[in-house]
Design a protein around this ligand. Structure first.
Ligand code: PLP
Length: 425
């Protein structure tokens, strides 16, 4: 038995699917402790949009540490936080004319979601929140209540309350307008649904199976919220920070959520960091009401600032992401075309192929790993093979991953080809 088996809790899950010891990582590649390379199409579940150890970010961090920069500062003002806020305003908020103030929460996505739910409830004086089928918002109690997944819900150990479940776009197939149903239920004061404080939504559901809300649906959701005095919370923890081809995933819909949660790729370097963006009129916190020791991860502020200055000063990087996303989508469509019943889903570089069963998708993911591709499944039954490669990926690596995936689908369908693992220096 190795130390992991002897000492680590049975709760760990990714390690079961990728049972090696990873040792180092550069760009789009992970290397195990025997030097074997893996193309990383998991990217820390969307945390490494700029790849592993990006040299520009690494240099900035090393410089900061070398000069004894503040590492931990609670929520006190620090130069690193000041520089991050300046860049966040200059590169993200001002060009998009977004009015938000920034709340630094504890460094997990779940903690940002907890804060968003609390503030929405306190501002509106209502307790009920609408969350959608297959949504994933984290595993602490408030966030787990908003999450659909049975495994995570059942682990809570107490009833999860304060949420009414509504149907995500397309849940009942193309012909059914799920927002009309929700609108009717909220408008009918005898429907049994308490007037909601807010609706919380992912524009593309990451863990829920890369289900993608149409732009029209998002626009109408915003209108529905306004009509009923509800706040619109977009949980952009996985779909944000460029993943879908714009900094915020909701930009193409032209909506302005009342509250936005961001985490995962915000620091750019895989360092824990989360924020809640609030329209100023909703920033009604009393000092210290949503506290937390690690709301000042200054190392994350340093790399986050560098990320914004390097990638988000103009639209060039977003355009690049959209172009690469289009190529990746074409490649996935060609693979899906070989397997009737499978379907390409997603937007930008948040893409996946839905297969008829979790069993089949799981075999494809496991086989891909033996060929040097780390790629996970998501969705209700794990039926979606989800591509979350770093956005900085080069064309040749996209092609290589597509070729491995194609082989794995062939093999899962019984058309065997030899393994294609190559060494990368
Ligand atoms: N919200 C979304 C959309 C997520 O994808 C996740 C994590 O995958 C979370 C919230 C929770 O973030 P964390 O795991 O950092 O608590």
């Amino acid at each position: 038995m190795n130390i992991f088996e002897r000492l680590e809790s049975s709760v760990c899950c990714y390690a079961r699917n990728f049972p090696v010891t990873f040792h180092r990582a550069v760009g789009v590649h992970l290397f195990d402790n025997r030097g074997r390379p893996y193309l990383d199409f998991l990217s820390g579940a969307g945390t490494l949009n700029y790849g592993h150890n990006h040299p520009v970010l690494k240099r900035a961090l090393l410089r900061y540490i070398e000069h004894d920069g503040i590492a931990h500062g609670l929520d006190m003002h620090t130069s690193a936080k000041e520089a991050f806020l300046e860049s966040f305003y200059g590169c993200v908020l001002a060009p998009r004319q977004l009015p938000y103030v920034v709340q630094f929460t504890g460094p997990t996505g779940a903690n940002a979601v907890e804060a968003a739910l609390k503030v929405a409830r306190n501002v509106t004086g209502r307790h009920n929140v609408i969350a959608f089928t297959n949504g994933f918002h984290g595993v602490s109690l408030g966030a787990a209540a908003a999450t659909g997944n049975a495994l995570h819900r059942n682990a809570a150990g107490i009833p999860l309350t304060g949420i009414t479940r509504a149907l995500f776009d397309g849940y009942l197939g193309e012909g059914v307008d799920t927002l009309d149903m929700l609108d009717r239920l909220i408008a009918d004061r005898s429907s049994g649904i308490d007037l909601p404080a807010a609706a919380i939504v992912e524009t593309v559901q990451g863990e829920g199976g890369v289900n993608t809300a149409s732009l029209d649906w998002l626009q109408r959701l915003e209108k529905l919220c306004r009509r009923h005095g509800m706040l619109l919370i977009v949980d952009d923890i996985q779909a944000g920070c460029g993943r879908t081809g714009s900094f915020f995933s909701f930009e193409p819909a032209g909506i302005t959520p009342d509250i936005v949660t961001l985490s995962k790729s915000l620091s750019g370097y895989g360092l824990p960091m989360a924020v809640v963006l609030l329209k100023p009129e909703h920033d009604q916190w009393k000092p210290g009401e949503h506290n937390g020791t690690f709301r000042g991860n200054n190392h994350a502020f340093v790399t986050a600032r560098e990320t914004l200055e390097h990638f988000w000063r103009d639209d060039a990087f977003a355009q690049e992401v959209r172009q690469k996303g289009a190529r990746l989508r074409d490649g996935l469509a060609a693979i899906a075309a070989k397997h009737p019943g499978s379907l390409v889903k997603g937007r930008g570089m948040m893409l996946g192929i839905e297969f008829e069963s979790g069993d089949l998708a799981g075999k494809i993911s496991a086989n891909a790993f033996t060929k040097g591709l780390v790629i996970e499944t998501s969705g209700r039954d794990g039926q979606v093979v989800k591509c979350l490669c770093p956005l900085i990926i080069e064309q040749k690596d996209i092609e290589r991953a597509l070729s491995i995936l194609s082989d794995c689908v062939d093999e899962a369908l019984g058309r065997t080809r030899p393994a294609t693992l190559k060494r990368v220096s």
